[in-house]
Design a binder for this molecule. Structure first.
Ligand SMILES: [Zn+2]
Ligand SMILES: [Zn+2]
Ligand SMILES: [Zn+2]
Length: 148
């Protein structure tokens, strides 16, 4: 199933109508690179109001069709996310983002819940590093004064 079909199916399953403006926002999102900002989507949906873009992106995020990626510099980007719970591996050199779904923090969460008496509802984990291509291009030993 293509991304657009999957998105439409999930919206309709949850009782959301696919209006023309919503469809334009979704099309703009599908045309973005691997990760993008709200502004990127605004730029490519000029005929659609800002509020509609924001509301549609929020809806898609709530339905787990979009996920947020925090880049190392602190910029919040979005990314298409049609799989379930996952985390990101972010290359701090080229900004490439990869998903990984073997989330292994359940033990930590249980331990934390016991220790703090919190009812823990979620977590967010990004892992930063340098991808294979960047490491080939510039081995760590060649970097003077590696960043902290
Ligand atoms: Zn993601
Ligand atoms: Zn890289
Ligand atoms: Zn996780």
């Amino acid at each position: 199933m293509s991304d657009i079909d999957l998105i439409i199916e999930r919206l309709e399953m949850r009782g959301h109508r696919i209006t023309g403006s919503r469809r334009r926002v979704i099309d703009a999102i599908l045309a973005q690179p691997a990760h993008f900002t709200v502004d990127d989507v605004l730029h490519s949906t000029r005929r659609t109001g800002r509020a509609t873009v924001f509301r549609t992106m929020k809806l898609l995020t709530d339905l787990n069709l979009l996920c947020r990626v925090l880049l190392e510099g602190g910029q919040l980007h979005y990314r298409l996310s049609t799989r379930g719970h996952h985390h990101h591996l972010v290359c701090r050199d080229c900004g490439r983002v990869e998903d990984f779904s073997n989330c292994d923090v359940d033990g930590l969460v249980r331990q934390l819940a016991r220790a703090t008496d919190y009812d823990i509802e979620g977590h967010w984990l990004e892992v930063y590093g340098r991808c294979h291509a960047c490491r080939l291009l510039k081995p760590s030993s060649a970097i003077s004064g590696a960043r902290p």
